[in-house]
Design a protein around this ligand. Structure first.
Ligand SMILES: Cc1cc2nc3c(=O)[nH]c(=O)nc-3n(C[C@H](O)[C@H](O)[C@H](O)COP(=O)(O)OP(=O)(O)OC[C@H]3O[C@@H](n4cnc5c(N)ncnc54)[C@H](O)[C@@H]3O)c2cc1C
Length: 582
């Protein structure tokens, strides 16, 4: 006999991660229902901030930004004056005090205006000074936040190095503690956004702490002796982003600029990136909305074969796909913001899922949109070419999607591995490069108290999909268990199965998000008036369920060995090299 959420004692319903619990076969519905929404006051503030962002955006000549390769110091100050450089920061430091949801909504608007604008502001607040907000002391917040929030200073995030990209744990910069408590930093960073424009950088280095080789997070300030901003990178897109090399030669960093505890650097970097990935996920929502608008304008105006392009089935299919997929993605991104706002401890998987799904959807959507624009889409004076150049980096930075998929699958598997009796020796947390370490970092023990087998708060009209999701959760849990039993520790090496699992997790999570959102729409405006949302939810959930079934089936039945063997043969040949007319 099931008990409803309301009947369960508070401590019984708590779980640390919604998605990790899914692979244990548990649906912690209390974390995702009701659909999260900021209060009316915050919604109004968000509307005002979006309007201010649009007004500033209209005055920016985006082609000039590409040519000048900078948005303009005056624009940064203007954004600061408009309250757009400190959206989630407490009002005490001059910020807007928005929730994660409110922040994401304004961020979407930046992405709709222009990729470069959203990257500069994203580097600044999503990752640049986020560490100070999350881990800074009161003194550090007082010292740095007011100027950063006002746009008088810009922030950057310096993690990547020539030998440490995806494998960020392997960074080589080193900080050595001095007798007076300060640190001396040496090393080099590359691909650092807001490079020569930044005044404050959260930087990461190796450091010996209590005799162990660990990481440290340091707040670097422009002008510190030995801190040199190097060459600018000439990039394919986001050309207004000042991407630089940074070099540190005996930079003395005072003890009061250490962020958090020495030794906690990697955890700090990963926490900041977790947060940044949500911003990227919701940013892709904004960019995709713009693409859909562009596409609709074009296909409804342009006529061929005596009719608007819009009326051809293959055109409708593309627009229908974009719209319904975006509805799912948007739901997932904002459900994740809601998890943060509800104080859920661990949203590392959900933010990674939003980043991977969002950035790939945006790329495929842009490709389809350009296809429909025809030759016009290829012209430099039309928006598509810049959009395509700008967004290509999204699936690579803030965690390459291949690495993120492994991270999602392995983090979700870890609690399952721990649960399986007699398989303790699997040791899924053992590091394999930084992915294992990423998993270790994120795999806080999942609390397990309840096992609802259905999604009870979904609106009765959505029961068919709610039941289907519950079945998929069972299948997901069974597939995970079977993978771990079959491959034991080697499951860490099976990236193709990890990808299938990660994509299935994303699709289950997206369906839950759509059910939560549409249930709340039905409650708010009634079932009949919400006909379009119902139609989209039906379509999205049916398609996502089919993808989940397909991916889980491929775990059992695939030609992985063949395709991997072909790659190994290609490596051996050192070229394609198959003779034709030779
Ligand atoms: C425009 C731009 C802005 C950036 N901004 C910043 C910034 O502000 N701060 C900062 O610190 N960094 C920044 N970066 C760096 C960015 O985060 C890295 O480029 C990214 O992490 C990938 O590292 P890498 O380039 O060394 O690629 P690599 O780590 O060499 O990876 C290359 C590819 O190999 C594959 N791959 C790698 N590892 C695995 C694996 N374990 N399993 C399967 N496949 C794998 C993936 O397909 C990956 O895309 C920026 C980069 C660019 C281009």
């Amino acid at each position: 006999m099931e008990t409803s959420t309301a009947e369960r004692p508070e401590e019984e319903v708590a779980a640390s991660s919604f998605t990790k619990s899914l692979l244990l076969g548990e649906i912690h519905e209390e974390m995702v229902f009701p659909w999260p929404e900021p209060d009316a006051g915050e919604q109004q503030r968000v509307r005002e901030l979006c309007a201010r962002a649009r007004a500033i955006g209209e005055r920016i000549d985006h082609r000039e930004v590409e040519e000048e390769r900078w948005i303009g110091d005056d624009v940064i100050r203007e954004l600061g004056d408009a309250g757009l450089c400190g959206l989630y920061v407490d009002e005490r430091y001059g910020g807007q005090g928005l929730s994660q949801t409110g922040y994401a909504r304004v961020f979407e608007t930046f992405a709709q205006i222009d990729g470069t604008l959203s990257i500069i502001l994203g580097v600044h607040q999503s990752i640049g000074y986020k560490g100070i907000v999350l881990f800074g002391s009161d003194e550090q917040k007082d010292r740095f936040l007011p100027d950063l929030v006002a746009g008088r200073k810009l922030a950057g995030f310096a993690l990547t190095e020539p030998m440490a990209g995806s494998d960020a744990h392997n960074l080589q910069s080193r900080a050595v503690r001095q007798p007076d408590g300060s640190w001396v930093l040496n090393g080099e960073k590359r691909y650092i956004g807001n490079g020569s424009k930044g005044d404050v950088f959260t930087a990461f280095a190796r450091a010996e702490v209590d005799g162990t080789d660990r990481h440290i997070a340091l707040i670097l300030e422009k002008g510190m002796e030995g801190f040199e901003v190097g060459e600018r990178f000439d990039t394919m897109g986001l050309r207004g982003n000042d991407l630089r090399q940074l070099r540190f030669s005996d930079v003395r960093v005072p003890a009061e600029n250490v962020l958090g505890e020495p030794g906690d650097g990697f955890r700090i970097a990963m926490s900041v990136l977790n947060n940044g990935r949500i911003g990227l996920g919701t940013g892709t929502v904004g960019a995709a909305k713009k693409l859909i608008d562009l596409t609709i304008d074009h296909v409804t105006e342009r006529r061929q074969f005596g009719q608007p392009l819009a009326d051809f089935e293959l055109v409708e299919e593309k627009v229908g796909w974009m719209t319904s997929y975006l509805f799912g993605l948007e739901s997932m991104a904002y459900l994740t913001c809601g998890l943060v706002d509800r104080g859920v401890e661990d949203y590392s998987l959900e933010s990674a899922v939003c980043k991977v799904a969002g950035t790939e959807f945006l790329w495929y959507a842009a490709n389809r949109s350009l296809q429909l624009a025809g030759g016009e889409g290829y012209m430099k004076d039309r928006p598509w070419e810049k959009i395509l150049r700008n967004i290509r980096i999204f699936p690579i930075f803030e965690g390459a999607n291949d690495v993120m998929r492994a991270f999602i699958a392995l983090s979700a598997m870890k609690p399952v591995g721990e649960r399986l009796s007699g398989l303790d020796q699997i040791g899924l947390g053992d590091p394999i490069g930084s992915i294992g370490l990423l998993v270790d970092y994120a795999a806080s023990r999942v609390k397990r108290e309840v096992r609802p087998e259905r999604i009870t708060p979904a609106h009765p009209e959505l029961e068919r999909h709610a039941d289907a999701v519950a079945d998929q959760v069972k299948d997901l849990a069974a597939a995970t268990e079977s993978l771990i039993r079959r491959h034991k520790k080697d499951v860490m090496l099976r990236q193709l199965d990890q990808k299938r699992l990660a994509d299935a997790i994303a699709d289950v999570y997206a369906q839950v998000a759509v059910l939560s959102r549409v249930s709340s729409i039905f409650t708010d405006i009634g079932f009949e008036p919400a006909g379009q949302e119902r139609y989209i939810a039906d379509t999205f959930c049916s398609r996502a369920a089919a993808r989940v079934r397909g991916r889980l089936a491929q775990i059992e039945n695939n030609d992985d060995e063949r395709i991997l063997a072909i790659a190994k043969l290609a490596y051996k040949r050192g070229e394609y090299g198959y003779a034709l007319f030779d």
